[in-house]
Design a protein. Structure first.
Length: 461
């Protein structure tokens, strides 16, 4: 007698499932996201089922006796992507690339496929959103043609696995995971169940065959990964594209990487031939115009790469209550905290002012070393005073107004020197460590935020 099919309601945002429909998901709080899906009965091995003996499975063994296999990385042809991945592609790994529509995910992966194929490695590009003719047209525009680059338009996962067994590629690209489906899963492509099951099967294919897999994923309106969050836990690496689709530059950042650092970022420029690497990012984020009030150059460190970025602040009195606090590429909570420190410790009356903070180039600043630069920029705009010419500022600011030391201060200073800066305002502890070690640049140590403001904006200037 056939078993009765079981149905559950699954949230399409977070993957939460419940036996009955509800208007609001208890897992993530989203409204009208629960969709009815059929759950296939799980086979049981109780009774006369088949059981594997210890000889058929891997036995537990001491970790010191586990043999290490030499799996060298191979390059993608893009220095920026290799940097973010940790040095190249590892065979058997699975990389998820996520970004807004039109940001350049397919263009970058197709160019990488061609570069890898030119190295004599077989590449299989599976497209579920386009025809093979459309892929060829884009490849002509990107100059991404290679003999070992194979293209197929397919959405059935079982057929894709057959193609993988026949072709035996070293790199597999799935564009995109939301279009792939398994016939035995009773739900539509792109649903939580389909995305999860297809991702698990693709991971199995990659691991068992030693194939590197690139999987492209969509994002929702708020910029998060479409589908369950469990998808991020399945793959080895998650790369996010940052930047507007109409903007000229794109930032590729790793939010998860089992084989490298998550602090690295890659910078690309959108041109007629697709995304092109930008190796010298500091010059990109610095403007060529004359210095103005409220503008500060901050040295940040992303992984092993130092970047000089221009931060702009506008502090203006307002008759409206409460005043506006707006930040672009900086956490608004950090701005509110630093404004409170300025008002309490330096006695700047910024409580009745609108405050706007923006980072040129759109790169997001998260590290505490930018605190002092943000405070100096807001104070410069409030007092309408210029900074010393050719000055950079960095340091962490505490709630009592003290300036704390930051890591990799020497790396930041050498990058500033390379680009022609002559003055650095930094924490006193870093100043004592680096005093006299850098020629051609003047260091100013600050113990408190008041000291930093006096050193960055001297009255004689």
């Amino acid at each position: 007698m056939p078993k009765k099919k079981k149905t559950v309601y699954v949230c399409q945002e977070c993957g939460y499932d419940t036996p009955k429909w509800m208007g609001r998901c208890p897992g993530c709080g989203a409204w009208n996201t629960l969709v009815e899906e059929t759950v296939a009965p799980e086979p049981t091995t109780r009774g006369g089922g088949l059981r594997l003996g210890l000889s058929d499975a891997q036995k537990p063994q001491p970790i010191a006796e586990v043999k290490l296999e030499d799996m060298p990385r191979f390059l993608t042809g893009s220095g920026e992507l290799d940097r973010v991945l940790g040095g190249g592609i590892i065979p058997g790994s699975m990389v998820l690339i996520v970004g807004d529509p039109g940001v350049g995910k397919s263009s970058l992966t197709l160019r990488v496929c061609a570069d890898v194929a030119r190295q004599g490695k077989k590449v299989l590009y599976v497209t579920g959103e386009e025809s093979t003719r459309q892929v060829r047209m884009r490849a002509d525009r990107l100059q991404a043609l290679a003999d070992d680059l194979l293209v197929v338009s397919e959405t059935n996962l079982e057929t894709i696995e057959t193609h993988v067994e026949n072709v035996k590629p070293e790199l597999l690209v799935i564009d995109s995971i939301q279009t792939i489906f398994k016939p035995d899963v009773q739900s539509a492509p792109g649903s939580v169940s389909q995305v999860r099951e297809c991702a698990v099967d693709l991971l199995r294919i990659a691991k068992t065959n030693g194939i590197a897999a690139f999987v492209i994923g969509h994002v929702t309106k708020d910029g998060t990964l479409a589908g369950p969050r469990v998808l991020e836990h399945i793959v080895d690496t998650v790369l996010y594209f940052e930047g507007e689709r109409n903007a000229e530059y794109r930032v590729l950042r790793a939010v998860k990487n089992r084989f490298g650092s998550t602090n690295e970022l890659g910078l690309f420029e959108m041109r007629d031939v697709g995304l092109v690497d930008v190796p010298d990012a500091s010059k990109l984020f610095l403007s060529d115009r004359e210095q103005d009030t409220g503008t500060v150059i901050i040295p940040t460190v992303e992984g092993t790469r130092p970047l000089l970025v221009e931060l702009q602040a506008l502090v203006a009195p307002t008759p409206y209550v409460p005043p506006r606090r707006t930040a672009d590429s900086v956490d608004i909570k950090r701005i509110q905290l630093l404004l409170a420190v300025l008002e309490k410790r330096v006695h700047l009356s910024v409580g009745a002012c609108d405050v706007y903070v923006k980072v040129a180039g759109g790169i997001r600043i998260d590290e505490p070393a930018a605190d002092l630069g943000i405070c100096v920029a807001m104070a410069s705009s409030f007092a309408n005073r210029l900074l010393r010419p050719k000055t950079i500022v960095f340091g962490e600011v505490g709630l009592s107004g003290e300036v704390r030391a930051v890591s990799q201060a020497d790396l930041r200073i050498h990058e500033a020197k390379r680009l022609g800066f002559r003055h650095v305002v930094l924490p006193m502890k870093n100043y004592r460590q680096l005093k006299g070690s850098v020629e051609g640049i003047t260091l100013y140590g600050a113990e408190t935020i008041g000291d930093a403001l006096r050193l960055a904006m001297p009255r004689e200037s």
